[in-house]
Write a protein that binds this ligand. Structure first.
Ligand SMILES: Cc1ncc(C[n+]2csc(CCOP(=O)(O)OP(=O)(O)O)c2C)c(N)n1
Ligand SMILES: [Mg+2]
Length: 597
């Protein structure tokens, strides 16, 4: 007996190297689900609680493994649920293939139940490639193109399978005739390097600079050694955009850490003080944290020409793979004798880590969130995989966590959506079951979807060789990041009915669903709570009762922001007292002498 279309889909995806599909069933994909069941030796199905989570997991899989991520949803509502997760992947340039069902071809156009115009729905998020199957002889090349385009363009593609097509006989090899397509499944990423003359132009700019700043992003994740060597040659400091946090370890003295609103003061000083900027694999968007136009000469390296020259008016724009391009650039660079600029960066960095430690140790009501991250940082196991959600957790993750070599870390960098923290670490555990994965999530995001996905963890954790997955919940009763943004950017006091998050017992819920719950509300217990979580025999929800009045201070508060904040407090902000105390405590640490300084 030959294969059905759905069985052939599994066979072809398996030839492409797909080993796992995240999804949720429905009658629009019954044929595919049956085929997936029969193909379970080759492809594992991971059942999520909501299709958006399947898309986040596919994105997380792609981010942590470099492979294509695949998600599956039924027609109509299931397909619609995927969208936000797919946009997360698209905006962070991750290869993800979405497979969705559709009503029968025989019904389309008939206002049929669950009939949604899916080609149009996915036309934006999967604009590089979205196709609906209408005959079995198309299926082979549609799969080949969807996977190849996702990989080659690092983007989202989508295939729509009407349910009557799924059970038809597959055409594994279309007949050789006019109007048929004869495709193959192989793809190997090229090594892209700029032309020698352009490398020389870049080297000339970098050699002429006296104060070189390097900014790395996700595109530099595979170029750690090369960035370190270049920074050494150029006597540079290196700042990291959020998605590039794992590109360089934070124990290197010239690494200034994150940049931007969630960034560090030494990154601010690096950018405002440099005369030359080298950007590697980053599209960090906020120009106010980069040098002023005219202040620095710029070189940018990116694998995607579309991303070049759009963040700073760089003089030399190189299209290239970051590691290979840097390796070709290195012989053209002269080692700078004058190390005074890098020495200054190192001094700023040393002092900054002391400020962060002091800020973390400030008392708060009851817990200072910075203390929670600080205590985790020194306890992180080798090779840990981290994911932060969007919210105040992203601030503390960006600043207080010291990455070491071998770790992986990500978040929703460009879409900055709430919700990916828990699904990202679930995807990490499937890809690397022997590594510890830790999500850092706000209480708002937990209530949005993280709580439900704890059930997915409950369903699968016993299949992981090391069961340690920790979800840190910042229980602050507030949509805190936005509350602060409204104060500092609008001058508005906290709008309690919009910002308060209903109470929920996160740790108790974890216990209830078979995971381990740990609740901590005393500063001196935080370290022990992490120790307990990191030595648990099952996944843990670590519920930290944190103070919403600790401000996620940007590295440089403008006069305008300070004024707006004061207006907000003067307008009767319910938390004004706590904020003034906590704000002063945080700020004052920058001016106090610290040990070793
Ligand atoms: C899907 C989505 N909705 C809304 C936002 C806007 N937003 C960004 S952070 C945030 C608050 C998050 O609150 P919580 O998860 O409790 O984290 P906290 O900042 O309190 O630590 C909101 C509403 C968003 N980024 N994504
Ligand atoms: Mg919150």
């Amino acid at each position: 007996m030959g294969l059905t279309v759905a069985e052939f889909l599994m066979k072809r995806l398996s030839q492409w190297g797909v080993k796992r599909i995240f999804g949720y069933p429905g009658d629009g994909i019954n044929g595919i689900m049956g085929a997936l069941d029969r193909a379970s030796d080759e492809i594992e199905f991971v059942q999520v609680r909501h299709e958006e989570m399947a898309a986040f997991m596919a994105c997380g899989h792609a981010k942590f493994t470099g492979e294509v991520g695949v998600c599956l949803a039924t027609s109509g509502p299931g397909a619609i649920h995927l969208l936000n997760g797919l946009y997360d992947a698209k905006l962070d340039h991750q290869p993800v293939v979405a497979i969705v069902g559709q009503q029968a071809l025989t019904a389309l156009g008939g206002n049929y139940q669950q009939e949604v115009d899916l080609v149009s729905l996915f036309k934006d998020v999967a604009h590089e490639y979205v196709q609906m199957v209408s005959t079995p002889a198309q299926v082979r090349h549609l799969i080949d193109r969807a996977v190849r385009i996702a990989k080659a363009e690092r983007t989202v593609t989508c295939l729509i399978f009407p349910n009557d097509i799924q059970d038809l006989d597959a055409v594994e090899e279309p007949e050789r005739a006019h109007g048929t397509i004869h495709s193959s499944w192989e793809y190997t990423a090229p090594i892209v390097v700029p032309a020698p003359a352009d490398l020389q132009r870049a080297a000339d700019v970098l050699n002429a600079g006296e104060k070189v700043a390097i900014l790395v992003g996700a595109g530099a994740l595979g170029a750690t050694d090369e960035v370190i060597e270049i920074a050494d040659l150029l006597g540079a400091g290196v700042a990291k955009a959020l998605l590039g946090k794992a590109a360089l370890p934070d124990d290197l003295p010239f690494v200034t850490g994150s940049i931007g609103l969630l960034g560090t003061k030494p990154s601010w000083e690096l950018m405002t003080g440099c005369d030359t900027l080298l950007m590697i694999g980053t599209s960090f968007p906020y120009s106010e944290f980069l040098p002023e136009e005219g202040q620095a000469r710029g070189v940018q390296i990116d694998i995607d020409a579309r991303m070049l020259g759009i963040r700073y008016p760089t003089e030399v724009n190189l299209v290239g793979d970051s590691a290979t391009t840097l390796r070709q650039l290195i012989p053209l660079l002269e080692k700078k004798d004058d190390r005074s600029w890098q020495d200054e960066v190192v001094e700023n960095v040393t002092r900054w880590w002391q400020v962060l430690e002091a800020r973390a140790m400030n008392s708060a009501n009851p817990l200072n969130p910075q203390r929670v991250f600080w205590e985790l940082s020194s306890r992180l196991p080798d090779n840990a995989i981290l994911a932060a959600d969007s919210g105040s957790a992203a601030n503390w993750y960006a600043r207080d966590i010291k990455m070491r070599r071998g770790m992986k870390a990500s978040l929703s960098g460009t879409l900055a959506t709430m919700g990916p923290g828990v699904p990202y670490v679930i995807a990490a555990k499937f890809a690397y079951p022997d590594r510890v994965a830790i999500a850092m999530v706000g209480d708002g995001a937990m209530q949005m979807n993280g709580l439900n996905e704890l059930l997915t963890i409950g369903k699968y954790w016993k299949t992981w060789s090391d069961p340690r997955l920790i979800v840190l919940v910042l229980h602050n009763g507030d949509l805190n990041q936005v509350t602060w943004e409204q104060r500092a950017m609008e001058g508005d006091p906290k709008f309690e009915s919009a910002q308060d998050v209903p109470h929920f017992p996160y740790a108790r819920f974890a216990d209830l669903v078979g995971l381990k719950g740990i609740r901590v509300d005393a500063p001196d217990d935080v370290g022990a709570a992490w120790d307990e979580a990191l030595s648990a025999d099952r996944p843990v929800v670590l519920e930290a009762i944190t103070d919403p009045d600790v401000p996620p201070l940007p590295p440089h508060v403008t006069l305008e922001e300070a004024k707006l904040l004061m207006f907000a407090l003067a307008k009767g902000d319910p938390d004004a007292r706590g904020i003034i105390t906590q704000g002063l405590k945080g700020k004052i640490q920058e001016f106090l002498p610290h040990k070793d300084s």
